[in-house]
Design a binder for this molecule. Structure first.
Ligand code: GDP
Ligand code: IMO
Ligand code: MG
Length: 428
């Protein structure tokens, strides 16, 4: 059996949580492979809104086990709060949730370093979620990090102290940053106790054995392809590989086991934090989309920047990920607009290009826009593809043709069932 992948193709928040929640019962394992509490994946369980940060979005379902893979970074403190929340909402965490021993731990000082680094960057800041993601991955790559499995070792406190000492050197001398560590350490060590009581596994064996037994695995991406550390709008990116390649290193599977790659895009585009955004709408239309789409960060509450769909960027993401089918979310948000647009190329130095320029953050790029009539009707009643208004079908057909990949699901609202399948069955 293969590992299907579901990931965001833009700058995150495409609706991954909702769609994974919808698909989860088709799988035996749902696994996160990268990122950490910078992610905020929203789903609705019996009408209650839940935002997941570390836990895979299959946690509320009967069939799948849920694995936090080795590529993820975990903040035990926020993880503990998340566990409480999902338990209250009815999730069977004790039996359904597994954590890879090789996932790295976010220490309180990683979060302080994130804040200190952003403060030092001033107006050039990344706009990080300040969850300690960058500094934790830096320690992983620098071979200094602490891993979840270390909490089972007798010397964990010593390892912790040694790493914190290094961090304090940076905080005190490089950044001259003020902080109160003891208060943060109390809650950190409490939450480590919870981690010790959980099902810690060698995730790569868990997945491998499941595949050998013919079980089905869904890998759930966090962030989006344009935030990928290698191929995103560097340096305004996150610190992990958010693309399909990250599934192999983030779960310990071979490339040949990758099956369907389901890429998610909004019917428009958003981004939180700093960095280039060629189709951004800094006008009333952008504000309208923000309000109609509730475009405020699920993790930080920050207003999301809004703009038209960016097809050259999407085509790039389709190429990098090997996307085999697309999901389009939030078409309902555009309903009230008379006209919408899609970026079909960029104008750089007076000439048009369909490719993403290397220095997108340094040189002015003008989007070449194609206008579309909007559907101007409520999509709530749509339950089949044929119910969708002709103008939306036309928009979808254009995007499919541009990207060379079919849109198999159209999401028309935040609810679990507010989805329209294009085919009788999606290709799973
Ligand atoms: P994720 O990070 O990709 O899981 O996405 P977020 O949860 O951060 O943001 C997506 C937001 O859009 C959430 O508030 C969802 O409830 C909501 N959402 C998802 N799909 C749709 C849709 O088709 N229509 C509308 N109106 N909202 C949606
Ligand atoms: P989900 O999984 C949207 C953005 C931050 C910032 C940059 C780096 O919910 O789609 P980091 O904290 O990773 O160092 O921040 O990446 N960012 C996200 N934007 N959705 C996310 O996750 C994001 N995770 C990080 O806003 O610009
Ligand atoms: Mg999100």
């Amino acid at each position: 059996m293969s590992v299907d992948v579901l990931l965001g193709l833009q700058w995150g928040d495409e609706g991954k949580g909702k769609v994974v929640d919808f698909l989860a019962n088709n799988y035996d394992i749902v696994a996160r492979f990268q990122g950490g509490p910078n992610a905020g994946h929203t789903l609705y369980v019996k009408g209650q809104k839940i935002v997941l940060h570390h836990i895979p979005s299959g946690i509320f379902h009967q069939r799948p086990l849920n694995l936090i893979g080795n590529g993820v970074v975990i903040d035990p403190v926020s993880f503990q709060k998340e566990i409480e929340k999902v338990k209250q909402a009815g999730a069977n965490v004790a039996q359904k949730l597994f954590i890879s021993r090789k996932a790295h731990l976010i220490l309180p000082t990683h979060k302080l370093l994130d804040a200190a680094s952003e403060a030092a960057k001033g107006k050039d800041k990344i706009g990080s979620t300040l969850r300690g993601i960058g500094p934790t991955y830096m320690d992983k790559i620098g071979r200094n990090g602490l891993r979840v499995g270390d909490v089972e070792l007798g010397k964990f406190e010593q390892y912790y102290k040694d790493l914190v000492k290094k961090h304090q050197g940076l905080l005190n001398h490089l950044y001259q940053y003020e902080y109160d560590l003891p208060a943060l350490e109390t809650e950190f060590f409490e939450s480590i106790e919870l981690l010790r009581s959980m099902q810690l596994v060698d995730g790569e064996y868990m997945i491998h054995n499941a595949l050998k037994q013919g079980k089905k695995v869904l890998a759930e991406g966090a962030q989006g392809s344009m935030l990928d550390i290698d191929f995103g709008t560097y340096p305004f990116v996150t610190s992990s590989n958010t693309i399909t390649a990250g599934v192999c290193s983030g779960l310990g599977i071979a490339a040949a086991t990758i099956g369907e790659v389901i890429g998610i895009t909004k019917a428009y585009c958003t981004r939180v934090g700093s960095g280039p955004f060629p189709t951004e709408l800094l006008n009333e239309t952008g504000e309208h989309i923000r309000q109609a789409g509730g475009e405020f960060g699920a993790t930080t509450g920050r207003p999301r920047r809004c703009g038209w769909i960016d097809l050259p960027a999407l085509r790039y993401a389709v190429m990098l990920n090997g996307v085999t089918q697309l999901v389009m979310t939030k078409a309902d948000v555009l309903s009230a607009l008379p006209q919408i647009a899609a970026c079909v190329a960029y104008e750089v130095n007076g000439s048009e290009t369909p490719n993403l320029p290397y220095d997108l953050d340094r040189q002015p790029v003008e989007p070449v826009l194609k206008q579309f009539e909007c559907w101007q009707q409520d999509l709530a009643h749509c339950t089949g593809y044929d119910d969708l208004p002709a103008s939306l079908q036309n928009y979808i057909a254009f995007i499919e043709q541009y990207l060379g990949v079919p849109i198999t699901i159209v999401s028309v609202g935040p609810g679990r069932e507010q989805l329209v399948h294009k085919k009788a069955e999606i290709l799973l």
